[in-house]
Design a protein around this ligand. Structure first.
Ligand SMILES: [Mn+2]
Length: 461
């Protein structure tokens, strides 16, 4: 039987020049200073089991190195160099866990100018720090490593201060690396297109297969089936599959309730391909049609989402599309008599927070909430200005409305309705491109898909 899904994307080819190019950019920002990043050790799951490994996004961005328990040091200066501390070759361990690049591979494959076993970190790290004024360090979740780096910094400063200027500043890496990662290069955009393409198909597939009487986890399985079938590493975050009022819980992911006719299903799920994420939300009826109340809310969120996408333009500040989404939602909620007062009053008093309590989106990239700054250091009237959207930036656009059953003073017809619609949008020179447009979101499209699915018994297969 032919594969009924779209193209299978093989794992991306390793191209050392791509990472060397990114390191040259990083070294330009780094000047004479030093940066330390790390791939943490494997995360323990239970007893003698570990989670499948996923490298740190910054380490991967700069080296393509995917192995656990590695430290990379970018040493700035006139002749910048890359030092890597990695797990050494170990034939016994490699029999069980797979090949390691080792110290030799770090140099031959990953462009390290010098490489050492990870155990040599404590004795060698201080040497790199002495020449720098500033250490750029990504304080991660590995507290032991955080402490080792601080200790090395302190020792280097102590040794150095009688001979010359000692290193005196530790800075977070996010502003420097986030600035580079904010604008995606051609390879990153291609990966994000693939992640988006796979996830969009998975949403369509799920929309065709969900039915009353199934459990939410069965739909989660349909999504992940498509993700893996087409070459994604898996989900880029734990899929949210929320039927009925579960959709009003923003980070619901227990996914263990029964789906009921007459309710909506909200699915927030993205695929990760080559360590790049997509992030899509779709909401659709579990029957063949939206109820009138569901449709009122759905069309309002869709209108807000489309207006916000139109505001994703090069040169616009990050918050502009959020304001457009918010104002569209507020106007609509006023028309539905769910909010009273003028637009300005409602914004001022934030009375919309009852129904809409999150932002309209975030940066998207190697991390789902991509590790890039939202603010610049420029100020206006005492507040910091948001970052500007530039060609190559990717944002999500995801307004929603949530009517938790526990909310007081709200017409009963809306109780338990949760709607969010989310697309991934690439900023281009001419405007923008919706990477996830293949996932249906028009009311007529969705109802046609649901009608066909429930009539033809597709859901039962
Ligand atoms: Mn999102």
């Amino acid at each position: 039987m032919p594969n009924r899904f779209g193209e299978v994307f093989p794992p991306p080819a390793f191209d050392p020049e791509r990472y060397a190019r990114r390191r040259r950019q990083a070294f330009k920002q780094l000047g004479d200073d030093v940066m330390i990043l790390y791939n943490p050790p494997e995360a323990h799951r239970t007893h003698d089991l570990y989670y499948r490994y996923r490298p740190d996004s910054d380490v991967y961005y700069l080296t393509g190195f995917e192995e656990p328990d590695a430290v990379i040091v970018l040493v700035g200066g006139a002749a910048p160099r890359l030092a890597m501390f990695v797990r050494p070759r170990d034939p016994e361990r490699e029999t069980w866990d797979g090949a390691r690049a080792g110290v030799e591979g770090a140099k031959a494959l990953y462009g390290a100018d010098e490489a050492f076993p990870i155990d040599a970190l404590d004795t060698r790290i201080g040497g790199y720090l002495e020449a720098a004024q500033t250490l750029y360090f990504k304080f991660g979740r590995d507290e032991r490593l955080n402490q080792r780096v601080i200790a090395a910094f302190r020792a280097a400063a102590h040794r150095r201060h009688r001979q010359g200027p000692a290193p005196s500043i530790i800075r977070d890496t996010l502003p420097l690396l986030g600035r580079l990662r904010l604008v995606k290069d051609a390879d990153e955009i291609e990966r994000m297109r693939r992640a988006a393409d796979i996830a969009a198909e998975a949403h369509l597939w799920a929309m065709q297969r969900a039915a009353p009487g199934q459990y939410e986890f069965q739909i989660e399985a349909e999504l992940e089936y498509v993700f893996r079938k087409r070459g994604a590493l898996g989900s880029s975050y734990t899929s949210i599959v929320g039927g009925g009022a579960n959709a009003t819980v923003l980070h619901y992911n227990a996914n263990n309730s029964l789906l009921r006719d007459g309710e909506l299903l909200l699915i927030d799920a993205g695929a990760e391909y080559g360590y790049y994420a997509s992030d899509i939300t779709r909401t659709f009826p579990l029957g063949k049609r939206f109820t009138p109340a569901q449709r009122e809310i759905y069309e309002l969120v869709l209108a807000a989402q489309k207006a916000a996408i139109a505001a994703v333009q090069p040169g616009a500040r990050f918050d502009e599309y959020h304001q457009v989404a918010l104002e569209t939602l507020i106007e609509g909620l006023r028309d539905l008599k769910l909010l009273t007062g003028s637009l300005d009053e409602i914004k001022e008093k934030k009375t919309y927070l009852r129904f809409y309590m999150h932002r309209a989106g975030h940066w998207l990239g190697s991390d789902v909430h991509d590790a890039c700054a939202y603010f610049t250091s420029e100020t206006e009237n005492g507040s910091f200005l948001y970052e500007k959207l530039r060609p190559g930036c990717v944002v999500t656009v995801e307004p929603g409305l949530y009517f938790a059953p526990s909310l007081k003073g709200m017409p009963k017809r809306y109780a338990g309705i949760g709607v969010r619609i989310e697309d991934d949008v690439l900023v281009t020179r001419a405007g923008n491109e919706i990477l996830t447009a293949a996932a249906p979101k028009e009311v007529e499209e969705i109802e046609a898909i649901r009608h066909a699915a429930l009539s033809d018994g597709v859901c039962a297969r």
